[in-house]
Design a protein. Structure first.
Length: 162
């Protein structure tokens, strides 16, 4: 995994975020029986994965990486954008700090899952997990947009111009 590859992830994410900024509050919070209940909740969940696995587990920069339901329910698109910006900072720090240790095991108990015991993962595995997790939920969000009557924009990396 290289920084350029993550830049592509950020570019495709921004396409989706820009489209979601056009939604009204009702559309952003409409609940579906699909993945996370709403587009807002899904976006926050995606960013939270980066906060948890990279910001907390790998970097130990936070012990409370996930937001409460009350905080999530008060979030607007600007707040979600900032949550992703902080996630991007965590990714940059992982690239910088673990350049020569990308595949070395980190073993510890996740601070947000006390009682489950230690987990053994590499920064590389957790970055790849966070990205594939994002694309998985991006597909669900695209389905939610369709159900709301919107045509999702192309967020496939192959759709980016060179």
């Amino acid at each position: 995994m290289e920084k350029q590859e993550y830049e592509w992830v950020k570019q495709t994410r921004q396409i989706l975020l820009d489209q979601c900024k056009q939604l009204n509050e009702n559309e952003l919070t409409t609940e579906f029986e699909l993945g996370f209940p709403s587009i807002r909740d899904s976006l926050v969940h995606v960013a939270g994965c980066y906060h948890a696995w990279l910001g907390s587990f790998v970097l130990s920069e936070t012990t409370s990486p996930l937001l409460t339901k009350e905080v999530i329910h008060a979030m607007k698109m600007e707040d979600i954008q900032r949550y992703f910006q902080q996630a991007d900072i965590f990714v940059d720090k992982v690239f910088n700090k673990y350049t020569n240790q990308f595949d070395e095991i980190i073993e510890k108990e996740p601070s947000w899952k006390i009682g489950i015991g230690a987990i053994r993962k590499t920064p590389h595995q957790l970055l790849v997990h966070s990205i594939t997790h994002e694309f998985h939920h991006k597909g669900q969000i695209s389905t939610m947009l369709r159900l709301l009557g919107h045509m999702p924009k192309n967020t496939d990396i192959l759709g980016l111009s060179v």
